[in-house]
Design a protein around this ligand. Structure first.
Ligand code: B12
Ligand code: SF4
Length: 475
């Protein structure tokens, strides 16, 4: 069976897709990947002649993939499959013309099973996790079980990606994901909906063992350049026992600097010490809103201002760099609230404050709240590829919305240099959006590169990385 996967761009390693590819390897299929940044996917598909074409979709990218799929299907007869967060939370995607089947939830068991049945002419229409078109009918199957033992899942396949992108292969920074799931229920995050999909086990964090983590890193280090590790787990090593074992083994066997995310209310001296001993270079925590009452009432993130300030202090005092995550343009909020978020960040003294617009992703609790209460100023189709692209939330006036959009661009630099506060207050009233975008992009690139993910680069690598970063929308 010839299966072609399409990735729009790879400014980030597409871990979900690489996971699916690893699951299909060694199963007698001919798997290929085309990256639109490098080659026209329609022409590539015309040459490769796949039996199946697959897409990993986020809400911000599904329009793009749906369009590519339509164009591929104009050129040839092929079967299209869609997976990832967007079809998981918005299975109505199946109604789009050209979409033949979607995979809901995790695909570890469901994807190989479906493709095997499709290949053998079996009853693929009745495979767990899948919604499949059959004539005018849509066959909707229940979800199969989650894999609880992550060590039994193969490591993501990097080779297929690196065979297509020398830049990705040569990059000394590589990304990893060692766990899935989060026990919390923040209203703006997909985890809440994921818990409803998998009610009995959805809240459980499934993590690789320390040995499995170390082995994956060693495999990558032996095969490719690797100097900095970026860990994308929602909360890395939530379980303190795992962190103790990881810290001890990582220090001895790997020792490379790394970045990971923590939640402010679990940060304490012991966790931070263990991370520091393992050579953690930077930690991120989510502030989201600088107003504690909004954070509790609307975001359902029950972390107090005190806990955030305390976590920031512990992290900074340990010598680890601090990054915060923030959301501007929240529904039922306004520019004054966002201003408070900026001031609260200043109190926490992060090395870099990452900031995004609130995006009403489908089926998230806060997204549905925004829709129901008429806070939307656009539709799901307008959600951008990056959450820093644009806001589709309505505010009291268009002028207020423009101020929020400008504040986002000036936010990181103002947090870093609080002396700019009164200048920023004035600047957000002036229509110099192009300049603000430029400042935002330059500073974000500089801060991430120097404070959060520093690793040595040759001049050529630097120029290539800069070019790729600059091309990305939203910065
Ligand atoms: C790691 C991560 C990132 C990384 C890497 C992103 C990447 N491209 O891989 C970084 C930090 C860069 C990132 C950035 C963003 N992210 Co992100 N990210 C995640 C995170 C934490 C893990 C994703 C992951 O790898 N999971 C593990 C894999 C194994 O799971 P999976 O991807 O779901 O894949 C499984 C199934 O979906 C299925 N499957 C996957 N692909 C396919 C394809 C086919 C054909 C089939 C059949 C099945 C299938 O099988 C897989 C194995 O079980 C998720 C949350 C989460 N825990 O899932 C958010 C998440 C995916 N991100 C999200 C968002 C919004 C973003 C950003 C837009 C935010 C921003 N900064 O602007 C950007 C967009 C970047 C981009 N264009 O890709 C949202 C998406 C919401 C939505 N409805 O679209 C999520 C769900 C988190 C949230 N906020 O709720 N992200
Ligand atoms: S703590 Fe983070 S990952 Fe967990 S539900 Fe909240 S926002 Fe999502």
């Amino acid at each position: 069976m010839k299966v072609l996967f399409v990735a729009r761009e790879i400014s980030y390693e597409p871990l979900g897709l690489m996971q699916v590819i690893s699951l299909l390897k060694g199963k007698g299929h001919e798997i290929d990947l085309v990256i639109s940044d490098y080659e026209d996917p329609v022409e590539y598909a015309a040459r490769f002649k796949p039996d199946l074409v697959g897409y990993n979709c986020l809400t911000g990218s599904y329009r793009y993939y749906s369009e590519i799929n339509r164009r591929i299907k104009e050129r040839m007869e092929t079967f299209s499959i869609f997976g990832g967060p967007h079809p998981t939370f918005f299975p109505e995607l199946i109604n789009e013309s050209g979409v033949d089947a979607i995979c809901i939830g995790e695909g570890d068991l469901a994807v190989p099973q479906f493709i095997e049945r499709y290949k053998n002419g079996g009853d693929y229409h009745h495979t767990n996790n899948w919604w499949v078109k059959r004539g005018d009918e849509i066959v909707k199957n229940p979800l199969g079980p989650l894999i609880m033992d992550l060590d039994s899942v193969p490591y993501v396949d990097r080779e297929i990606l690196y065979s297509k992108s020398t830049l990705a292969r040569k990059s000394k920074l590589k990304t990893f994901l060692f766990s899935r799931g989060c026990p919390f229920d923040c209203s703006y995050c997909f985890n809440h909906q994921f818990h409803l999909l998998y009610p009995s086990v959805g809240k459980k964090i499934r993590a690789r063992s320390a040995d499995s983590i170390i082995k994956e890193i060693k495999n990558v280090r032996d095969a490719y350049p690797l100097e900095f590790i970026s860990i994308f787990d929602d909360v890395f090593c939530f379980n303190i026992e795992l962190l103790r074992e990881f810290s001890c083994k990582y220090k001895k066997e790997i020792g490379l600097p790394f970045y990971c995310a923590q939640r402010a209310d679990i940060v304490n001296e012991e966790r931070t010490r263990l991370l520091k001993e393992a050579n953690c270079h930077a930690i991120s925590i989510g502030i989201e809103s600088g107003k504690q009452d909004y954070r509790f009432k609307y975001l359902k993130k029950h972390v107090t201002d005190e806990q955030i300030k305390n976590a920031s202090k512990i992290i900074k005092e340990s010598g680890i760099r601090l990054m915060t995550f923030n959301i501007l343009g929240l529904p039922a909020g306004g520019v004054d609230d966002d201003w408070q978020t900026l001031k609260f960040n200043i109190e926490c003294k992060p090395d870099f404050s990452a900031v995004f617009f609130f995006q009403p992703y489908p089926k998230t609790e806060l997204g549905e709240f925004a829709k129901k209460n008429n806070f939307l100023d656009g539709s799901m189709e307008e959600i951008g590829n990056s959450a820093a692209d644009r806001s589709i939330i309505k505010f009291k006036t268009k002028y207020e919305k423009r101020q929020i959009e400008r504040l986002l661009r000036l936010f990181p630099i103002t947090v870093r240099w609080p002396r700019l506060l009164s200048l920023t207050r004035m600047l957000i009233k002036l229509p110099m959006d192009g300049l603000y975008r430029f400042v935002y992009k330059v500073y974000k690139g500089y801060a991430l590169r120097n404070y959060i993910n520093p690793y040595k680069m040759t001049i050529i690598e630097y120029a290539q990385t800069l070019k790729r970063y600059w091309k990305r929308s939203g910065g």
